[in-house]
Each structure stands twice: as C-alpha cells, then as structure tokens.
Design a protein around this ligand. Structure first.
Ligand code: ZN
Ligand code: FE
Length: 251
C-alpha cells in the first residue's frame, strides 16, 4: 500500500507533513515547528506518531519537538545539535520507516546542518528550506557554492519525484522567477496556475521535480536564455546561481 500523506499549515507560511503507512500503522512527521498544529493534525488523522524527522535547527522547524516527542514517545531523527533529537544523522546515512529506506542527504546552504530526506521507492522527498517550489532557501549560514552543490544532489531525483518543502513561498518565487526567466512558457503557465491556487486559498506544495527543473530559476543556472539575460554566457553554473540568489535577496 502506498504511504498516505497529510500536509498541514502552521505559523506564517510553514507546512508540516505526516506520513503514514496503513499496514504497519507507523507515522512520521517531518519537522516539529508547532506542537499545537501537530496535535491537531494527529487528532484529525487519528494516526499515532512513531517518528519525527528534523531538517534543520531553525525554530519554525523545531519549537514543538520536545513537547510532541514527550507526548507521543516518537523516535526522533535529525542533525547534531538540535535539542530533542535522539538519533543524529549526517549525509549518506539511511534509516527505515515502515519497511522503506529513507536516504539522508546533507544539503547545507540555508543552514550548515540542513538534512533532506528521500524515499526513492516512493518517489518522495522532503527538502526542508533547501528547495522550494520555484525557489530555494536564503543563505543564512552557507554560501552560494555550497547551496549550488546541495541543489545538485536534489537534481539527481527522477522527474516524477514528489517534493514537499517547508514554506508556502511559491507566489513570490514565481514573480521573481519571471524576472530572470521571462520567456519561459512553462514558467508563465505555472505562475498563472499558482496565482489561481492562492486566490482559492489552496496550497501550491507539494511540487514535482520535473516541474522544478522546467521552472525553478535556481535549478536553471545552465539555461542559455537565463545566462544571456544576466550577461553571464561564459560564467560557471555556480557563478550564475550565485547571481540569481543575490538578485532574489534584493527583489
Ligand atoms: Zn529555516
Ligand atoms: Fe523555515
């Protein structure tokens, strides 16, 4: 049976996710930024939490961890240095959830401790604040070269990989994307679809890898039209990425 997924909103623009296996009745939650929202999501689904996977140390991803872990007894996984994480992970590690393999990727850039989770057999990934729909995380702790390398790990995913990210930033990301990639028809179509979803109060997350490859400027540093627009035809992909990230910071 395929895993069931319940996404819920909290805070300003955060998304939490519950992942559930109906056979084993195991349930994982990705990040624990808000205990109240997590309790509500568990109550709504009736699922019993068995694991918590933390992506990075920021409070909007961790503030509810101690409470929810204590209340549920869930096993806690995440980076070194997060209070309440019992099993610390690093890039290249793997662990099991409901008989599936979860691969741990280190994707530093937004923070140095950032971890992403990939269930290859389920075509499913959780990218925290590294990859957003049409965007990527701000560089708080790492630099552009580091983030470009991290995004490269995610670009190895198959096109039909479903990607859950941690924030609803998509409409603002679309506006920026159009500023550096204005003639991209797939992007124009997607920006329209995103605007319609937001008017209807609907989430734009999850996304899929193939769509990100076509429309996310942060994955498109190698694209000839973008490079031409930036006047960076002969620059390295990493340098083009750094310029796109710099422009987004000032957009
Ligand atoms: Zn963050
Ligand atoms: Fe965040």
């Amino acid at each position: 049976m395929a895993l069931e997924i319940h996404q819920f909103a909290y805070g300003q623009d955060n998304y939490g996710v519950l992942l559930h296996d109906g056979d084993s009745r195991e349930t994982a939650m990705i990040d624990a930024g808000d205990a109240t929202a997590a309790r509500a999501a568990l109550g709504e689904t009736g699922w019993q939490l068995t694991q918590i996977w933390i992506t990075h140390h920021h409070g909007d991803h961790t503030a509810g961890l101690l409470d929810i872990a204590a209340e549920t007894g869930a096993a806690t996984y995440g980076p070194v240095g997060v209070s309440g994480v019992a099993t610390t992970l690093a890039g290249g590690d793997r662990f099991a959830f409901a008989g599936r393999q979860v691969d741990v990727l280190a994707t530093p850039g937004h923070t140095l401790d950032m971890l992403n989770f990939h269930l290859e057999t389920e075509k499913l990934a959780f990218t925290g604040d590294t990859l957003f729909a049409m965007g990527c995380g701000r560089l708080f702790e790492g630099d552009a070269a580091m983030m470009w390398d991290s995004l490269g790990k995610l670009m190895a995913f198959d096109d039909d990989t479903v990607i859950y990210c941690s924030h609803e930033y998509t409409a603002a990301n679309a506006a920026f994307a159009l500023s550096v990639d204005p003639d991209n028809h797939a992007l124009q179509r997607r920006a329209k679809a995103v605007a319609e979803l937001r008017v209807a109060g609907l989430p734009t997350v999850p996304t899929i890898m193939g769509l990100e490859r076509e429309t996310n400027p942060f994955l498109r540093a190698g694209d000839a039209a973008i490079r031409k627009g930036l006047g960076m035809e002969s620059a390295s992909d990493a340098a083009v990425f750094a310029e796109i990230r710099r422009r987004k910071d000032n957009f």
